[in-house]
Design a protein around this ligand. Sequence first.
Ligand code: LFR
Length: 494
Amino acid sequence: KKEGLALAVDLGASGGKLFVGELKDGKAEIHPVHKFKNKIVLAQGRAYWDFLRIFDEIKMGYALAQREFSGQITSIAIDSWCNDYALISEHGTMIGTPRNYRDSRTFGWIERSFEMMPQYEVYKRTGQQFQRFETSYHLLAEKEQDPDILGIAKELIFIPDYLSHLLGAKKYSEYTIASVSNLYNLVENKWDEDILKAYGLPREIFMPIVYAGDKVGEIAKDVTDELQVPSAEIYAVGSHDTASAVVAAPAEDDEEFIFISSGTWSLVGAELRNNIMTEESMKLGFGNEGGVMRRNRYICNVMGLWIIQECVRMWNLQGKDYDFAGLAEEASKVTTCDTVFIDPDDSRLFEPANMPEVVAQMAREHGYAPQNDFEIVRIVTQSLACKYRYVIDNIEYLTGKKFPCLHIIGGGSQNTFLDQLTANYLHKPVKAGPADATGIGNILTQWIGRGILKGLKEARQVCAASCGIKTYQPSSDETFEKNYHKFLHDIGKA
Ligand code: LFR
């Protein structure tokens, strides 16, 4: 009999992945078992998730995994993006279909919320970034646009926690995903009643908190009967995918470190022991996200590979057949526009759009008209690398620390061109990998919860021993420094 087999369900904006983890001689063996696509579903201008299909894929994946491993999987946990939630009626029915955080209903709500409670008052409590897709702004918009829906809601449960509940877990909010709702008081470690009161939102709908590593239930009989496979225990892990990913940052000896969790978003941050909730930190755009084992992810969201994903979506609609690796390779050979930059965090890049045209327009505003698709990818990639440098300079300034290297984890770490450019612009070695950090972090956390691993330090040792990490040394070419200053100038931060 195999010990410790754990199943991770990792949901991302562009797809879901299921992995089985097996611990063998101090190493984690990670077996991908199921994969499916996910995307925004637009209907009458509203943006949704195809929620029940996601649930069904999880069930099918669970059955596949149990069959492949002879019914020996003994635990499962789910993580996903954050912000989004299901509302539940008094008798336990989901009300409507969960919205996608990019839905335009939140537009304008950041500013309007400051009239209800001033920005720094909120930041002193929640410590979060002010981004238009936060749960708080969705709820404010929902209250105004759909008061009847919020009126009959008895419970609000975040997406991964609700999926766990549908499998058989109790109802809860896991700490890491609650912490980024902008309604959670990080200092007092509870839902912030003053903010809820100021926003006119009901306190009763928010769930009790559980922590990563807690056992929260087991797969229910209706599910095992349907699938004809054995049950397993359900664990809470960092429900927020970024929290799970950072567990698998193969940082040495458990110290504070900087990372980019790179996927649809580029989450640029540092894992710290303390929170930084000063006004200056707020103004520079940093948030303090609750981590596994109560660590702090001091973080700034950069728009990330979403821009390129959207370009590829458009190009493929036009009948081109691009893949990410091929595009990055072609972009690395472009020599015509290596000093052309855009600000990847320009709000025009946030919603689904004809992205190649939006990027081209922004480049034209800086005096350059891109000639082909590869130039577009080049401009986006080098602009991301420069934005990373900008954010990391701010982290070092705000923490007063110098970090020796940067970990890039997540699917985006496979973009070798972006990894190398990041090392060059940052003048630091980049350690890239693991690509499946979120799934691995999810599994490592289940093992901590089950008492198989002692804690984060041991989890990271196991991860470093198991995953091939690739190091990129920075170039000594001084033009990167010169170009970085052009970038700062172009985005108005010089
Ligand atoms: C990454 C992520 C980010 C969050 C964004 C939206 O997948 O979870 O951390 O800011 O998605 O939920």
